[in-house]
Design a protein around this ligand. Structure first.
Ligand SMILES: NC(=O)c1ccc[n+]([C@@H]2O[C@H](COP(=O)([O-])OP(=O)(O)OC[C@H]3O[C@@H](n4cnc5c(N)ncnc54)[C@H](OP(=O)(O)O)[C@@H]3O)[C@@H](O)[C@H]2O)c1
Length: 326
């Protein structure tokens, strides 16, 4: 089978298309014929680590342990192991492979109890592939908030993968959402449910004159110190980044002891239940995929270059088996 392989860390050019052995499912595994995946910031972070020590401890110090990247998937079950009773050949599934990666390939084997579920009935493979990564990360943060008492949230980076998920999920949880994005993505933010939109190219949101119960920096471009002034008393700040010199870890500890406005830094963890939750939201029309560009397997380097620019809108899809116009 064809797969995008990287046997060393480095720039997008370390990834190349190669023929590798097609995997065979073990007793508790399913074999999925991939139709679509995404290239995302996690892939880029594991290819050229921004935090080298952390990533190399997890993924191999000198060379990557996972040599096929890709954490999101949508495809069709081709075979199941003897002990699998929950899926059958022909099932259309979607979800996440955040532990072993490997979705940038024509086939992948995953345990039946991994974060995969039957696809929503009303979406394409490409849409299904592009919903889980941003959503499970946004859920990690938003589930720390009691939206029955904390009703106003500002989402910075609202047009990114995590940000666009954050806007939609915060709306679902009943919050009043202020989105921060640039001029060209303001309409997108409104279409995702944002009540108010701030254009960061024209206005600094930390000086907007309003305050919020929650500030969710989904693109890691602000700091707790700057955002404190737009947080209501007892409010919560989240960031997807560790911050300069890892300061967000320190602020998490300091604000836990001091009380008052706090910084929380929960570690993202995906579950099958999250994937089922997203499926149900999509089927109810409460959540949609935001897709920017599509690339094919042989365009993998261009896809990595674009995602690494940090300026994609929503998600970048890797079309593996073509099921519609690219
Ligand atoms: N290292 C890792 O393994 C890893 C994994 C996952 C996520 N993350 C982190 O999580 C964050 C979000 O990831 P993502 O995939 O959601 O990001 P993304 O999709 O790449 O986000 C890009 C978006 O950020 C917006 N943006 C850029 N500069 C901005 C600014 N100054 N203010 C507000 N918005 C700005 C852009 O929006 P406009 O077009 O509107 O400008 C663009 O749509 C990133 O910080 C990323 O590093 C890291």
């Amino acid at each position: 089978m064809k797969a995008c392989v990287n046997t060393r860390y480095g720039p997008p050019e370390v990834v190349h298309l190669e023929d590798v052995d097609k995997p065979v499912p073990r007793e508790n595994e399913v074999l999925i014929r991939m139709h679509a995946a995404t290239v995302n910031r996690t892939d880029c972070g594991f290819r050229r680590p921004e935090y080298p020590v952390i990533i190399r401890l997890v993924n191999g110090f000198f060379t990557p342990r996972n040599t096929i990247l890709g954490t999101e998937l949508a495809g069709e079950i081709e075979a199941v192991g003897n002990n699998v009773g929950t899926f059958r050949p022909g099932d259309r599934v979607f979800g996440l492979s955040t532990k072993k990666f490997g979705t940038h390939a024509e086939y992948i084997c995953l345990p039946a109890d991994a974060s995969i579920a039957i696809m929503p009935a009303n979406v394409s493979y490409e849409e299904a592939a592009a919903v889980c990564d941003g959503a499970y990360m946004a859920l990690t943060y938003l589930r720390c908030v009691d939206f029955t008492t904390r009703r106003t949230i500002l989402v910075n980076g609202a047009s990114g993968s995590i940000g666009s998920a954050g806007v939609q999920l915060a709306k679902y949880f009943g919050a009043h959402v202020t989105a921060v994005c640039d001029t060209k993505t303001m309409d997108l933010a409104r279409s995702l449910g944002a009540d108010d939109v701030i254009d960061y190219t024209k206005e600094d949101f930390t000086r907007c004159g309003q305050s919020f119960d929650v500030v969710f920096d989904a693109v890691g471009k602000s700091s707790f110190l700057r955002c404190r002034r737009v947080l209501n008393p007892g409010g919560t700040y989240f960031s997807t980044e560790l911050g300069f010199m890892g300061q967000n870890i320190l602020w998490t500890l300091v604000t836990r002891i001091a009380g008052g406005k706090k910084l929380l830094f929960p570690l993202p963890k995906d579950t099958k239940e999250d994937v089922v939750f997203i499926k149900e939201l999509m089927e109810a029309g409460r959540y949609k995929a935001v897709i920017d560009r599509r690339y094919t397997l042989d365009q993998i380097i261009e896809a990595h270059r674009y995602v690494e620019s940090g300026m994609k809108t929503g998600n970048v899809v890797l079309v593996i088996e073509k099921t519609g116009p690219i």
